[in-house]
Ligand binder design. Structure first.
Ligand SMILES: NC(=O)c1ccc[n+]([C@@H]2O[C@H](COP(=O)([O-])OP(=O)(O)OC[C@H]3O[C@@H](n4cnc5c(N)ncnc54)[C@H](O)[C@@H]3O)[C@@H](O)[C@H]2O)c1
Length: 344
């Protein structure tokens, strides 16, 4: 790949986030959108403005002979692993929306194939690009907080019948997989990115308001130890009435404490560290706006840029496949605790 050549992207899944990928690819001068795939027609997807060949299966797209460097997998969660495998099999690099898969086993197969084909798998965890995330990563890495004693992750969002449409994939066990996979994997990723793996997981889970709309719990209180020292907890719910309340992380270290809050961990609310002055941070991008409900940070432009820069040998993947797998594996272990309990 020469430094001046454009990277050719094909997007699979032309829903909310697939169209965002397509738009970000079109906006970057070093990339080009060459095809899209969706089981629905281009009209049904409201994607007629994206003037590229539109296919109903990945096979048809690959058979068409269109030149493609990267396939972006933007379909329901339960399809991510098999479609990533199909793209690798066709010798394409892969960008896979979160979560990378719905089981560690599936993610392992993808990593194995990517190594066999010498192709990259980029996982989408765009909240890592938020200014508070970049800042806290450097604070933790430089040991400015000292030893980590306690970490509390609170994810309190609203997801009601405006979100879980009858007949859709959201809320189903096989295509959605659960609240932690679909709503909160970004925040579990930030916790793993900052503090590493967890162990000794315990938890309580409840379904307060989603008995008729999802196959799984909507709320949980989970606690654990960090393998690197310190302990943590994750409190989460999608049963918050009407609108998102917060996504926050509170960190208690031997040299001070930090709280990052806001609706999607976008505001540093407290920074109280011995002898340390908080720098001024850039403004965060707004949340993805889906009308009545809000999602995570609108940072997909950085994801596409990172793919281009990595393929052109300028940098490395911001979220690699092993990190994508670890988030899935942590969620799988939390859900194992849930599944061992009767009262959900
Ligand atoms: N990174 C983020 O912040 C973020 C935000 C929203 C969604 N997502 C992720 O993006 C993915 C898609 O979410 P969405 O909100 O865009 O959902 P969506 O329902 O709007 O879009 C999914 C699209 O996939 C299509 N599809 C279904 N089966 C297919 C198949 N076999 N082949 C091709 N296309 C198929 C559907 O027709 C639909 O157009 C999910 O994995 C979700 O977790 C990530």
């Amino acid at each position: 790949m020469t430094d001046s050549s454009k990277i050719k992207f094909a997007v699979v899944g032309a829903g909310h986030i697939g169209k965002r990928h397509a738009e970000m690819v079109r906006r970057d001068e070093e990339s080009e959108l060459v095809a899209m795939v969706d089981v629905r027609s281009q009209e049904e997807c409201e994607a007629t403005h994206l003037d590229v060949p539109f296919f109903t299966t990945m096979e048809e797209m690959f058979d068409s002979g269109i030149e493609i460097d990267v396939v972006n997998v933007c379909t329901p969660n339960g399809l991510h692993a098999e479609q990533s495998l199909a793209a690798l099999e066709a010798k394409k690099h892969v960008v896979v929306e979160k979560p990378m898969g719905l089981s560690k086993d599936n993610c392992e197969k993808v990593i194995y194939k990517s190594l066999q084909e010498s192709k990259h798998v980029f996982c989408v965890m765009q909240n890592r690009y938020s200014p508070p995330s970049e800042w806290i990563k450097s604070v933790v890495e430089d040991k400015i907080l000292g030893d980590i004693f306690m970490v509390q992750l609170n994810c309190y969002w609203n997801r009601d019948d405006r979100y879980y449409m009858k007949g859709g994939w959201k809320g189903t066990q096989n295509l959605d997989g659960g609240t932690l996979f679909t709503q909160f994997s970004h925040f579990i990723d930030i916790m793993y990115w900052l503090f590493g793996d967890i162990d000794n997981i315990q938890g309580k889970f409840k379904d307060f308001t989603h008995a008729n709309s999802t196959d799984f719990e909507d709320s949980g209180m989970v606690n654990f130890d960090f393998v690197n020292g310190g302990m943590g907890c994750l409190n989460y719910s999608t049963a918050v009435a009407d609108q998102n309340l917060e996504s926050s992380i509170t960190i208690i270290g031997s040299k001070g404490s930090v709280k990052i809050g806001g609706q999607y961990m976008n505001e540093v609310e407290v920074c109280n560290i011995n002898g340390y002055e908080m720098p001024e941070l850039k403004a965060a991008n707004p949340a993805n706006d889906y009308g009545p409900y809000k999602g995570s940070a609108a940072n997909h432009n950085y994801v596409i840029k990172n793919v281009i820069d990595t393929l052109k040998g300028r940098t490395t993947a911001t979220t690699n496949a092993l990190e994508g797998l670890k988030v899935v594996e942590i969620i799988e272990r939390i859900y194992k605790v849930r599944n061992e309990q009767i009262d959900i």
